[in-house]
Write a protein that binds this ligand. Structure first.
Ligand code: ATP
Ligand code: MG
Length: 455
């Protein structure tokens, strides 16, 4: 017979235990017995129950403590506390601490079955609601963040765990790997989603501008401050503050930021008045922060404050299983934007895309696909439509890091850089981004090879 639900009966009084068990079994429930709190916790850890009957007065672990631990480990368990008339205050306290209801002694078998039946039904509903919510969240996430590889699934699970909390999250990963995508997803799945998501790009601003950008300033704070302005931290009040490229913050600003993170309190530049802010802080970096801490360019205390929950986003080359889905998604999207029919992708081209190192990760992939969608002439993207000459591409990963040896590889590197520079009309920023290397590296390579792109 399918039981109406599983009930854990926790009572030190054996006759009570057996009496309740017989009544509930007759009422169609499956019953498990525990003679004290420890036994109850042990049984609840091995098996899940819909409801528990808990005597508050037992020797050993106090009933309220048992309640706390049961609810901590099984939040959906509906606990009904059993009390004598003399202990009605503790029943009230139990309900404040999360018990579902209480049943005063003595009670009739009918009252017992009725209350347990209601508790089990409520429990199941909450559980179903929670499952539905998790499933919706999962769908929402997978619509925006493509990738079912094990590596990406891990990231998605972390996002789901971190989102509902107010915890500070540090997102790390190589350039173009999707750190901002992750940050936005955390905000959207959080209770703050109706409020602002404010990005501060810490990589580009000089220190003084950065300070007013973050904190705002009052009128007359410095020459040119004709109006007072609201800083980004205040704009994010109630919502989420996303510190992008956070490792680039100078050491002086780090001290000010530390205060914000610790006290959630700011003052505008030029004002001594403190204001409380309620922000959740997410930050991202592609740099090795522990290394920055070791070499003294990043404050250790700030690092620990920002790194409460760490979400590492894996580089694309570690999740090549995701490439076909990413390609399908972006080819369709890019073609639609250009009002073109969606081209297919040849097997050869796909093989290449899966083999490429992707130093610029998903962003580089999107750029390559955009090039292919624009230039491909047939109804399918072939290897020749990709912006990598087949030979150079397999060595592209040499561009960053290890200096290419003179000779064959160096020639490939030179011609590839030259080709990409020409493709972007000599625009070094775009070329560097496309190659997935930073501008400085590109500048050094151009100098080293004495390259002169024709514009
Ligand atoms: N899993 C993914 N699914 C779909 N699109 C993605 C995914 N990851 C990244 N993208 C896309 O790739 C591009 C780069 O992502 P994003 O800006 O989040 O990277 P980033 O790690 O913040 O890069 P950077 O270090 O340069 O700031 C964006 O256009 C983003 O929409
Ligand atoms: Mg980014």
């Amino acid at each position: 017979m399918a039981a109406r639900g599983k009930v854990l009966i926790v009572d030190d009084d054996e006759s009570m235990r057996i009496g309740c068990a017989q009544t509930l079994e007759a009422g169609g429930f499956a019953v498990t017995l525990a003679a004290n709190g420890e036994e109850a916790l042990e049984k609840a850890s091995r098996e899940s129950f819909d409801a528990a009957l808990l005597d508050l007065r037992m020797p050993g672990l106090p009933g309220l403590e048992v309640l706390r631990l049961l609810k901590r480990d099984s939040p959906n368990l509906m606990v009904i506390v059993i009390t004598g008339y003399a202990t009605i205050e503790s029943a009230v306290e139990a309900i404040q601490r999360g018990a579902y209801n209480y049943l005063p002694k003595p009670f009739t078998p009918e009252a017992l079955v009725a209350i347990v039946r209601k508790a089990a039904a409520t429990g199941r509903r909450t559980l179903e609601d929670a499952c539905v919510r998790r499933e919706l969240e999962r769908q929402m996430l997978s619509n925006e963040i493509i990738g079912r590889s094990e590596a990406m699934s891990k990231v998605l699970r972390l996002i789901q765990k971190a989102a509902p909390t107010d915890s500070t999250v540090l997102i790390t990963g190589e350039t173009g790997s999707g750190k901002e995508v992750v940050a936005r997803a955390i905000h959207r799945l959080s209770p703050r989603s109706a409020k602002a998501f404010v990005t501060v790009d810490c990589g580009t601003l000089v220190e003084t501008l950065f300070e007013t950008e973050l904190f705002g300033h009052v009128k007359g704070a410095f020459s040119g401050a004709v109006e007072s302005t609201t800083g980004k931290i205040e704009l994010a009040d109630g919502g989420t503050l996303f510190l992008d490229e956070m490792a680039n913050i100078g050491i002086q600003m780090q001290a000010r930021l530390l205060r914000v993170v610790q006290e959630r309190e700011i003052s505008r530049v030029g004002s001594a008045q403190k204001r409380k802010v309620d922000v959740r802080i997410l930050s991202a970096t592609n740099r090795d922060l522990p290394q920055a801490v070791r070499d003294g360019s990043f404050r250790e205390d700030l690092f620990y404050r920002l790194n409460v929950i760490h979400v590492p986003v894996p580089p694309l080359r570690d999740r090549i299983e995701d490439i076909p889905e990413l390609v399908a998604h972006y080819v369709a999207k890019l073609a639609a934007q250009r009002r073109r029919p969606v081209p297919g992708v040849s097997e050869e081209a796909m093989r290449f895309l899966k083999r490429h190192e992707w130093p610029g990760n998903v962003r580089e992939l999107i750029n390559a696909l955009e090039y292919a969608v624009v230039t491909a002439e047939g109804d399918s993207i072939g290897l020749g439509d990709l912006p990598y000459s087949a030979e150079a591409s397999s060595h592209l990963n040499l561009l960053e890091g290890s200096p290419a040896e003179d000779g064959h590889l160096a020639r490939i590197e030179q011609s590839e850089i030259l080709r990409v520079l020409q493709q972007f009309g000599g625009n070094r920023t775009k070329a560097a981004e496309f190659l997935g290397i930073n501008r400085k590296t590109l500048r050094e390579k151009i100098r080293k090879y004495d390259l002169k792109p024709r514009d």
